[in-house]
Design a protein around this ligand. Sequence first.
Ligand code: ARG
Length: 462
Amino acid sequence: MTQAANTMWGGRFAAGPDAIMEAINASIGFDQRLAAQDIAGSRAHAAMLAATGIISSTDADAIGKGLLTILSEIEKGEFAFSTALEDIHMNVEARLRDLIGEPAGRLHTARSRNDQVAVDFRLWVRDQCDAADAALLALQTALLGQAEAGADWVMPGFTHLQVAQPVTWGHHMLAYVEMLGRDRSRFADARRRMNLSPLGAAALAGTSFPIDREMTAKALGFDGPMANSLDAVSDRDFALEFLAASSICAMHLSRLAEELVIWSSAQFRFVKMSDKWSTGSSIMPQKRNPDAAELIRAKIGRIFGANVALMTVMKGLPLTYSKDMQEDKEQVFDAADNLLLALAAMAGMVGDMTANRESLKAAAATGFSTATDLADWLVRELGLPFRDAHHVTGSLVALAEAKGEDLPDLTLEEMQGVHEGITQSVFDVLGVENSVASRMSIGGTAPARVREQVAAWKERLK
Ligand code: ARG
């Protein structure tokens, strides 16, 4: 049996679409998430049509009321979405016609689904920038709590995942606070740039009706209308900027997740995850697995994937709108959902984890971690050029290693055997506490510097 032609655009069609055509064409399965934005956009549009005399205020009132009824039906889960009606825009409009009759047909004056979907999606992505900002703030706050508690706890700093120099726990936590601060500024930047309204671009060329684009822009919280109607309906760079900012943020989360996986292992024992953020094994009773950290590390793949997918969808499209662009939404929805989930899980994990101060300190003293302090001492006290000091220190490390000892375990005589000028005071710089305390340069790991930064961040996060 042939289906009837579409009631919204079927004027020139004798028959409806094939079932598979309907399936590939429909977006209502996912774009129903834009319902609130679609209704907000339509309400602003209807009010503007009345203010400019394009439709009567009686019709605009009926439209506005009908739209609010539809919003509450959707919120209550009472709305019957129809695939035959393709997308959220036509589902809402068809229901409006059921509710208020003829005036519903006037809502789409001076508008197209092309500017409609562009405005809906911008509003949705704009909200996600705000949600990401709030979630990042919560994670920064959790990290800052850790940094404050352990401003002077010594731990190994790594390069190449080899012990490099002692650092402080607080300093390590603050490194992520900095990264997340830049993530927040990327979302804020993207939000600022996307905050212009495409509404009124109509299909692509603008409209012959005397619309007021400033008015709708203002009603929807935009800074103003987009200047070029072709651009307004055809670019999705705002969504791509959101995905790019999300990808960088996700990369930061993944690095932290990776550290938590390593740090919670029996080999490291730097941190203990709380029970709330750990899982057991069904066969090995002793296990305590950092599943949330692993899942965060893995979920990032979907976010990178969404970024690449949408770039690929967009890269070959001639101006202006093509139906390809309907494929923008699921990628962004999935990326946003998973980013927010990952941020919330990370904030919970970091807030509840306990650092093992003793393990951190013991590990800090391994791997000749104060060798640089020794070389610096040779420069400062004996006036050696740094390259020579580096060489002497290398010989001392080799000596300690051959004896199976650490640098502070060597005797003064053994040291003087390598360089006769060395004196007892060298031992002052070989301890990890002294090592970190001496790193007072701006941005350095000294507890005093860390405390300054904690105070500065507390002020900034207020
Ligand atoms: N569902 C469509 C989308 O998401 C809405 C725009 C349809 N526009 C059109 N000219 N067919 O892109």
